[in-house]
Design a protein around this ligand. Structure first.
Ligand SMILES: O=C[C@H](O)[C@@H](O)CC(=O)C(=O)O
Ligand SMILES: [Zn+2]
Length: 276
């Protein structure tokens, strides 16, 4: 598990391209028969990917957590962005097709991941946050999610937000998680951009081709920077940073948040007059 520290916006404005990428970009999450994990000190969020091809993979605590199991003091959200696969937790087995979500509550045994077809491996993206009580583990399909339609084709940002783990959906201690799908011809996400001082966020991009890129925008609203992002890469967004972007085509992204509250609407839209 790679460890990353928190950063201060006063320092971040002096970062060059490499440093920005080292701190905020998670460039490799889906590697065959591996579980990739990044522990960020920003709200202690763990971002990970599991890509089982020829073997079953187990998510274990490892040394960094000093815990008896990964979920001893944590909760976990999993969304599959690949072929269908299985998540085994104790004597329960959950089948996850593309874009289905599984919430695992505190206290669950170490989950194992497998693919139904090694030619079309499952790609389990996951985000975990500290948890202080048990909530039931729940699988949700896209139909179970709360769908919010936003944007328009005129502004190249027609998209649908699917909220899975959130205040009015699957309950959790602090994790809020879902995904957004852009319509064909729409390339902009989360514009006008916003910040939320009470929560950090992680964006994970998917449904991009090899030759596609998203110019992910970050930074304080009056000190914006960009990170060039490929398919299946993620970007950490501290609470002081905007998180937005434009791609070379339409795409999807999984967003996950942790922090002080779970109020999705507790965000501050950027006044475009102060946006630089
Ligand atoms: O705080 C909320 C998150 O940034 C995302 O849910 C926003 C988003 O998916 C979108 O505008 O498309
Ligand atoms: Zn946000």
């Amino acid at each position: 598990m790679q460890i990353r520290h928190s950063t201060n916006p006063k320092d971040a404005k002096h970062y060059d391209t490499n440093r920005l990428r080292d701190e905020y970009l998670i460039d490799s999450l889906m590697r065959a028969d591996e579980i990739c994990l990044v522990y960020s000190q920003i709200d202690r969020v763990i971002t990970g990917g599991a890509m089982p091809v020829n073997s079953e993979l187990t998510l274990a605590a490892g040394d960094a957590l000093r815990a008896s199991s990964f979920l001893q003091r944590r909760e976990l959200g999993i969304i599959n962005v690949g072929g269908s696969g299985q998540v085994k937790v104790g004597d329960k087995e959950y089948s996850l097709s593309k874009l289905e979500c599984l919430y695992l509550g505190r206290g669950e045994p170490d989950p194992t991941f497998s693919s139904d077809d090694s030619a079309q491996p499952a790609l389990f993206y996951m985000v975990s946050t500290p948890a202080h009580k048990e909530y039931p583990s729940v699988k949700s399909t896209q139909a179970d999610a709360n769908a919010i339609h936003l944007g328009s084709l005129e502004t190249s940002n027609k998209r649908t937000i699917f909220q899975y783990i959130h205040e009015k959906g699957v309950p959790s201690c602090q994790l809020v998680m879902g995904l957004t799908i852009l319509d064909t011809g729409s390339v902009w996400n989360t514009f006008p951009a916003h910040t939320h001082d009470r929560r950090m966020e992680v964006y994970f991009y998917f449904n991009l081709g090899e030759q596609d890129r998203v110019m992910h925008l970050m930074g304080e609203p009056d000190e914006t920077r960009h990170i060039v992002v490929k398919n299946h890469q993620a970007v950490l967004s501290p609470s002081w940073s905007i998180h937005s972007g434009a791609g070379t085509r339409n795409y999807g992204f999984i967003w996950a948040m942790a922090g002080e509250n779970q109020a999705f609407d507790d965000m501050d839209a950027i006044d475009l007059n102060n946006f630089r």
